[in-house]
Design a protein around this ligand. Structure first.
Ligand SMILES: Cc1cc2nc3c(=O)[nH]c(=O)nc-3n(C[C@H](O)[C@H](O)[C@H](O)COP(=O)(O)OP(=O)(O)OC[C@H]3O[C@@H](n4cnc5c(N)ncnc54)[C@H](O)[C@@H]3O)c2cc1C
Length: 412
């Protein structure tokens, strides 16, 4: 079969590599003129690393990522109240990686080039419309630089992996409107600084009113012994903090952020100093979209953020896109009927992804931060930590997001 993929982001590229591996013809059309290593850190959880491992990519990813050892939670006084090993350190068959999003995309681009050839991987090709009938789908792309249309592309299946502002989703759901703003603004930055805790720990500090997520994304140290640390501050702003444009590269005011976090100077990490020494800081409205009932229409479907943009809670955005790929591949292995395969894909992934979107709206695993803040606003004594209650919340999220250890380790 011939697949046309709109979007050369993480979901589109992994899908292209995976479809080629099972013998299909694939062409990828990416809107931007040039692929650049944009973004900051993301996490690849064991359930998606399983898929990437089966595509032969684990060792290459390991070379540019940090293998995450543990996840810790602390309150706004820096008191640690939860710690759990992650990935292989927790007994999973697959590691968890923290990685620079842009470097990961570049790696996937190179791998896709090798897999499908440069004659099948295009930039400057922005999807604008499609038509389909019993025989095929016909897709129109435009070069946004010149405004010129590409020749109509013919294929058996069209996959819209074109991100949160998906054009294909807009065509399929013309009345949906914009993204849904959460009332929170995210501040994303990177800082070269001394490592903390294990040197490969992901730390969540504060509550959902004022939070900071911190993790290293490069293993090696620079000549001054510093590691590259990725961080994301999350501030509850309400409607007045509404940022209208969801632009991944909008610069934020460092001084204001330093003031907000000025008391966050703990013996195991100095958050205030980390912000002060940041290279650059980007602000971004935390948004998602309401889950859809259906992603597939005949020969056309959605994948990744185009299908289910979600809050970046629980480190699941990229992982869920790669779980879509996994389900799509199994569906197309099970039948040679493209429309039937997409029905199977929808049946598995539409409800599963909706659960994660909704769970993230309910704070996901970070619910434990608000629980501790509400119960112990002035800090806690060690013997007051409700370990069992916290453990239950953490396990429930893993089950919903598809990475509880028993279920996952039973897979190959
Ligand atoms: C520039 C950028 C920076 C990001 N930085 C971060 C980050 O720091 N942290 C984080 O957690 N997540 C980040 N993300 C989002 C993250 O990559 C996704 O949430 C996740 O990986 C799911 O990937 P995806 O392939 O579905 O979407 P994306 O990674 O967003 O990829 C979508 C791709 O589709 C292309 N595209 C858009 N419209 C069209 C069209 N009409 N036709 C053809 N191609 C189109 C886009 O240029 C993009 O390359 C970023 C995304 C982008 C595009």
């Amino acid at each position: 079969m011939k697949f046309i993929i709109a979007g050369g982001g993480i979901g589109g590229l992994v899908t292209a590599i995976a479809l080629k591996k099972i013998g299909h013809e694939v062409r990828v059309f990416e809107s931007v003129e040039e692929i650049k290593p944009l973004g900051v850190g993301i996490n690849l959880l064991p359930h998606c690393v399983r898929v990437l491992t089966n595509l032969g990519l684990q060792n290459k990813i390991a070379e540019i990522a940090v293998e995450t050892k543990e996840l810790v939670y602390a309150n706004r006084y820096g008191q640690l109240f939860w710690s759990e090993p992650r990935g292989r350190f927790a007994g999973y068959k697959w590691p968890q990686f923290s990685i620079h999003r842009g470097k990961f995309q570049m790696l996937l681009w190179e791998e896709a080039l090798k897999a499908i050839g440069k004659e099948n991987l295009y930039t400057n090709a922005h999807l604008t419309s499609f038509e389909q009938d019993d025989q095929e789908v016909r897709v129109q792309f435009v070069n946004k630089q010149t405004g010129e249309n590409w020749p109509i592309e013919h294929g058996d299946v069209l996959i819209g992996a074109d991100g949160i502002h998906s054009e294909l989703r807009k065509i399929l759901y013309p009345n949906e409107g914009g993204v849904v703003y959460s009332g929170n603004v995210l501040y994303r930055g990177t800082t070269k600084m001394k490592g903390y805790l294990t040197g490969a720990s992901m730390a969540m500090i504060g509550s959902l009113r004022q939070k900071m997520v911190i993790y290293p994304i490069v293993d090696s140290l620079d000549p001054d012994g510093n590691q590259l640390i990725n961080w994301v501050g999350n501030l509850k702003m309400g409607e007045e903090g509404q940022l209208t444009v969801r632009d991944w590269n909008r610069q934020a005011d460092k001084d204001r952020l330093m003031e907000i976090y000025k008391n966050w100077q703990f013996d195991w990490i100095n958050v205030h100093e980390m912000i002060a020494n940041a290279e650059s800081i980007y602000e971004f409205p935390m948004s998602d979209r309401d889950p859809l009932d259906k992603w597939s229409f005949g020969r056309v479907t959605l994948l990744g953020d185009a299908a289910h943009p979600m809050y970046p809670i629980g480190s699941n955005g990229a992982s869920q896109a790669i779980l879509d790929t996994d389900a799509l591949i199994r569906a197309f292995e099970s039948t040679s009927d493209p429309i039937g395969a997409l029905r199977i894909y929808d049946a598995e992934r539409v409800p599963a992804a909706a659960l994660v979107v909704n769970q993230n709206r309910q704070k996901g695993p970070d619910f434990i931060m608000d629980l501790m803040e509400d119960r112990f606003p002035d800090g806690f004594q060690e013997n007051e930590i409700p370990h069992e209650e916290l453990a239950e919340i953490m396990l429930k999220y893993k089950q919903i997001a598809g990475f509880d250890i028993q279920t996952l380790n039973a897979k190959h």
